[in-house]
Design a protein around this ligand. Sequence first.
Ligand SMILES: [Zn+2]
Ligand SMILES: [Zn+2]
Length: 807
Amino acid sequence: MKEIVEVAVGLPLYKTFHYRIPEKMKSSLQVGMRVLVPFKDRKVTGFTIDLLDQPPKGIEEKLREVDNLLDGAPLIDLQMLRFYRWISDYYLYPLGEVVKTGLPPGLHLKSEMILSLTQDGIESLTKGGLDPIQERIFREIERCGKVTLKKMLKIFPGETSRSQLFAWKRKGLVNIAAGVEGKDVRPKFEKFVQYCGGGFAKPIPRKQAEVLNWLEEKGEVPYSELGRRFKSSSKAVQSLQAKGLVTICSREVCRDLSIRSELKAYPRPELTSDQEGILVEILKGIHSRRFSPFLIHGVTGSGKTEIYLRAIEEVLAQGREAIVLVPEISLTPQLLSRFEDRFGKNLALLHSGLGKGERYDQWRKIWKGEVKTAMGARSAIFAPFKNVGIIIVDEEHDPSYKQEEKLKYHARDLAVVRAKQVEATLLLGSATPSLESFYNAEKGKFHLLHLPERIEGRPLPRVEVVDMKGEEGLLSGKLKASLQKNIEEKKQSLIFLNRRGFANFILCPECGLTFKCPNCSVTLTYHLRDRSLQCHYCDYRIPAPGDCPKCEGHRLRGMGIGTERLEQEIKRLFPDIRVERMDRDTTSRKHSHLQILKRLESGNIDILVGTQMIVKGHDFPNVTFVGVASADTSLSFPDFRSSERTFQLLTQVAGRAGRGKTFGEVVIQTFNPDHYSILKAKDHDFVGFYQEEIQFRRALEYPPFSRLINFRLVGNSEKRTKVMAEEMGRIGQSLLKRGHGKGIEILGPSAAPFAKMRGKYRWQMLAKGKRSQLLHQFARELAAKLEAQIKGKGVNLDIDVDPVFIL
Ligand SMILES: [Zn+2]
Ligand SMILES: [Zn+2]
């Protein structure tokens, strides 16, 4: 029997902690379970990561006991624990927090300070004579029985404080103890009524007989359904149960998913010879049961999805499991229905569009082994399968695979790591692979497979680039003429603009005033529908002013266009045509995204205007024209990947045109008609783009020729954040001088590209190096030294590691 357990607590701490295992838990406690443990003056949740015979040297006396065991069975197995350890090491993120990220939301528990009145406290209320505020607070505690400290501070802001409440505790009036708020999501149980058969000697009353007949026909029904069907059925059921004719049982049920596909079914297609060819290669990998990484470079519409489906079928036939990652936005009903058609109930879905309970149920189905395929956005990489045979990452280049908050993991990179750890096949697919992946393929680390043609030999659309320098208005003559022609031919069109709202910003031409977000260093976007100015980063909004608040001028003007303005302009040009818009503003309600796509599919929309939401995953044969209103928004973004991003967006959006039997046409408007990312997109020339871009990366030593770690300091005070950033620079330089970190180059510290975001000031420093191990070593040393400096100063260090090359 083990005596000691090592616990990774769910707190931002790198260290793990040891606890004694109480006698009563010795037979049940295993690695991978959640426990409640004492931590300073609180109790916190943690994950058990190792069991030991005796405590590590030198800390025997200090060890405290595990308080409570929260699970009956491990939530993570050793394989997943190994995966989580890797992530924690690589992204420099506490293990407990990493495990938390991988579990469905709402599963971990948080301990809270819980208040209640003592006997003396209650008596002080009955005696009276308390000061009015204290009396109100005590009454509230009495009314609640037990209440969290947090909630009390919220109910009485400014009237009480933490220290006041603790002062009452010292006087013996109030109890304050650490406890667990039971917010855990739980399995959902439902009552069922079952027909037992057999007869009953005496005649049965009419009502009971009716119910019984119906149950005989159905076999088993949910109790609630019975209630809907028969008035006051509960009495009848009780009597039937007493007679032994029916039984009532309670069973775990799965919460219904809010996405369900209702679109057209896909028949299983014949494979083209190209598809056959690459499937043969992939099957070899699957049969080898070794780590087999593939990159499928397939033009848009070349039939990658069918390859995925066939590969999964093979893995399932081996008795192993499959994980499919898709970008959040492309988890469309179309894609879903294809997977459901093929795998039916053997499919779990994991993405942020599901409610907490729904997500938990889907996770449990995987965990219990009830399904063999999981599909979802980036978090699906944590699907708790035990025997993964294949991991597929569709649109592997998509930026939504990177989590930008907290644990800044890249799901594609984690797919590579997990597939390698469990000896699985890895399929990365894209029409526009990321530079990193294509470079890996060139170096022979990924096996490169090509799908150079669209299925049924459909041609790629013809793309024309229009230089907007010679044009007036939002839409060029060329784009207008093409739209007109498409309308006359009764075809559908998409117009893409990667910016929502009406005007990008408002300017007073008399005094030059623009409206900035007080919380972020960005201008506010004008929205016509509710006449507001909004920040797209923090959701700050104000009513749009009529006159300039500074000079009282009357000529406030919107500059730069957004989708709202574009939609208005197109409606003005083509008044008799059905125009709709798809962006975050028009799809905030549940299912509204799906409804727009349905109207497009059924031909009830002639022109759809939208942001990158319209770019992905959809396959509408009657869409034959795509217009790009401005290719310049992504090009001007302050990031070394902006050219790559532009090329990807343009290629993907162009790929929406002409997926049916008719030839497709694309018009791209830009002020940079000679930029290589636009010219190569025009020619559908990924390899050509790659060759230009890789030269630029090599020259500047950007990934994939180096690795980057961004150290970002985020703080409430502008001055203190800057001072700490300077300190960070000094620590970095001194580490380099002392020979820590060979070949590492430091850029900065400097104010971040968006120097203020959601009210916080941001400074950053980049470290660039060729060798991952050295760079990580440097990062750990820097973080440790810096953490000591910034402790208690209201400044936080945020580390972003980019990208992973583990092979
Ligand atoms: Zn003005
Ligand atoms: Zn803002």
